[in-house]
Design a protein around this ligand. Sequence first.
Ligand SMILES: *Cc1c(COP(=O)(O)O)cnc(C)c1O
Length: 329
Amino acid sequence: MQDISLGKIVEARVALAGKVRRTPVNASDSLSARIGAPVLLKLEHQQMTGSFKLRGATNAIQRLSPEERARGVVGVSTGNHGRGLAHAARLTGTACAVCMSRLVPSNKVDAIRALGADVRIIGNSQDDAAVEADRLVAEVGMTMVPPFDHPDIIAGQGTIGMEIVEDVPDVETVIVPLSGGGLIAGMARAIKGLNPAIRVIGVTMENGAAMHESLLAGHLVDVAEVPSLADSLGGGIGPENHYTMAMVRDLVDQRVLVSESEIADAVRHAYNEERQVIEGGAAVGIAALLSGKVSDTGRTVLVLSGANINMDLHRRIINNETDGPGAEA
Ligand SMILES: *Cc1c(COP(=O)(O)O)cnc(C)c1O
């Protein structure tokens, strides 16, 4: 099994200092009352670029040699990784190309263009977009910065786990959105390294749970990419997986799936009760608590991972006009 060390996350912490925001942890009175135990929200959706992906991308770029930086970086992205990568590249004057599928919402595409990246929209899946990225690596010599399955990315995301244990030392359970697993692998490595008794729970959407299906099968499984309110949790975990699948298998205590209507409820809850605008992918932890799919978690921290929702979609969710991308009322 390939894994990364707590030391690598400590190094990432140093590399990120002053470049990313240390996001606050706020108590949630409404969720605490609901489950009868203290619930706190790690407000990582308030990170610059609107998601935690900035941490991994910044760490990866910081670790490049001057020669590599001069040739530029390329990423394949459902949106938030591209935005984080473009921002981190711009800060260091590094050229950046971002390849993505047509399923990525236009608000995310526009935001990445605005950061000066060369945006390339290819095909209907991340795998199609990856072919173009591979070409840029082979022909232009750019460095591929993957969205999750890379030690520097995992270590960068892991810094969130360190911050949580420092800010809430008596935390018993941390609930984390799960897609490719870079976020939860890094966080779980940090959290278990600091206190192995803390439970880590991963939550993903029923529509396209690639990591969950692959771990059940014991090998990489392709799942169909279908529209979901949690668009930033879409995509597969392959075609190869060197780190995150084994780390999620070994470090994550429980995995939970939530439905589109549970995600919609959670986005509404975040807005109405917490005064937070979050995207569907960031709402799955709240969805898991509100639906009762996780329980007996004790003092709990939920990671709100991103804010990059199309505001028109957000308005329709809040007004109960939709419970999913394909379920307009
Ligand atoms: C990428 C992303 C996730 C999932 O992170 P993985 O490392 O792929 O598991 C969760 N929430 C948001 C907002 C994201 O952008």
